[in-house]
Design a protein around this ligand. Structure first.
Ligand code: FE
Length: 425
């Protein structure tokens, strides 16, 4: 009786940033949802094991989107003539408020989860809404989907736009309820604490969330140094702090537990060192950063410093869940920085694939690679429609898929060893 399952195809993954491991017509052996190894031919120990043969198709790790807003789905592609604070005031708050209605939220979440599946995003870090009942709904729907997600309630008990979404007391009650409800949830869908950003959170709620992270052993995600006006607002609100990142650190929200900070565009040298020294994951959101004219994150600098980086769609300040498009935007943004500063070498396509898989996947543990012991999250790519009348290497086919492919090229999706069908929600 075999517990090992073999998957055959052209296998490619990125064990380190910039490194590619490739096995043409190779085999991935998977046991109990985890990779046992990648082989050129079937090892004698596994002869007779069940095989799924994907022929000439390409098998890559699943994509990880480590920053997106579930409650913002209806705003994708809207309002990008604004900068961040204006955009939040004119667009984000309106749609967040409409998410208080369960029926509307259900329709939006069903579309979101279906689109994540379609785009091969097997894992995501999802900021929910301010509302108790719709956050609970989001958890339930993800648990039905077969996809993996960390889900957090957005917290905003003060606001530079003048519209605070909740009282501090309500936020505390809702956070406690979620922490208690999902404290034993150790599977694919888990709870994360997600204060929106420092200008949106009182010191009282940040302190509370810091304690909650310790008490319930919860990861944390938020926004950092996205926009210059936002950074100025943090200095005004917290004159005692040397910088924005130090405010989070002071309240136990920067590296005391697994932490993901989105954007990190306008960081000082000290803040970048804090990100590195505290082991914080940076969620690089290149589409969002350009759409709201926030800036171009110093990706090469962070990689050279050894800061952990993954990619985020940041919908709906980002306009697409297409992770290949996000990778391309990360590459192109990096090239823009190189053109302005030739010492800042641009990132490569190999590095971008790493960021979209193992870079962000590390948030979830051993995820995003086909090294032994990693969870088998995988996408099967049929690039037949991209054929260009030329013999291509396996890596060239992957490059072409990243720059030219879309969700139609993704023909199967696996999460932790199980194939995931289109969610019926
Ligand atoms: Fe965001």
């Amino acid at each position: 009786m075999f517990v090992v399952h073999l998957y055959c195809g052209n296998i490619i993954y990125t064990p380190a940033c910039g490194a590619v491991a490739a096995n043409e017509h190779g085999i991935v052996a998977v046991e109990d949802g985890r990779v046992k190894g990648v082989f050129d031919r079937i090892p004698s120990a596994y002869e007779g094991a069940p095989v799924t043969d994907y022929g000439d198709k390409i098998i890559i790790p699943g994509f990880c989107d480590i920053h997106l807003h579930a409650g913002q789905l209806p705003n994708m592609g809207i309002g990008y003539d604004c900068e961040l604070i204006d955009w939040i005031g004119k667009y984000a708050y309106q749609v967040e408020q409409s998410m208080n209605a369960l029926g509307f939220a259900h329709r939006c979440y069903a579309k979101l989860i279906s689109d994540l599946w379609l785009n091969g995003i097997t894992r995501s870090v999802v900021l929910g809404t301010y509302y108790r009942q719709t956050n609970d709904l989001l958890f339930q729907m993800f648990m039905k989907s077969g996809l993996s997600a960390y889900i957090g309630k957005s917290v905003c008990d003060r606001s530079p736009t003048g519209v605070a979404d909740e009282t501090t007391e309500n936020a505390k009650q809702d956070l406690l309820m979620l922490a208690d409800t999902y404290k034993d949830q150790k599977g694919l869908v888990r709870h994360i604490l997600s204060p929106t950003y420092v200008p949106g959170c009182t010191p009282e709620i940040m302190e509370f969330i810091g304690h909650l992270a310790q008490e319930y052993d919860l990861p944390v995600t938020s926004h950092l140094c996205e926009n210059r006006t936002e950074v100025q607002e943090v200095h005004r609100l917290h004159p005692e702090a040397p910088d924005y990142a130090s405010v989070y650190r002071e309240y136990g929200l920067l590296g005391q537990k697994t932490t993901i900070m989105a954007h990190c565009i306008h960081t000082t040298g000290h803040e970048a060192e804090l990100l590195r020294d505290c082991g914080v994951y940076v969620a690089h959101c290149p589409h969002s950063n350009l759409n709201l004219s926030s800036g171009v994150m110093p990706l090469r600098k962070y990689l050279n410093m050894g800061i952990r980086v993954g990619l985020g769609s940041d919908i709906s300040a980002g306009h697409t869940l297409n992770m290949m498009s996000t990778m391309v935007a990360a590459i192109q943004g990096s090239k823009m920085r190189w053109m302005i500063n030739p010492q800042e070498e641009s990132v490569t396509t190999r590095e971008a694939l790493y960021l979209a898989t193992k870079g962000g996947g590390s948030v979830f543990g051993k995820v995003g690679s086909f090294e032994e012991g990693y969870e088998f999250d995988a996408l099967v790519i049929d690039d037949g429609n991209l054929y260009d009348f030329t013999d291509r290497t396996l890596w060239e086919r992957v490059e072409r898929f990243i720059f030219r492919g879309d969700d139609r090229n993704i023909v199967a999706r696996y999460v932790s060893g199980s194939e995931v069908a289109r969610p019926q929600l």
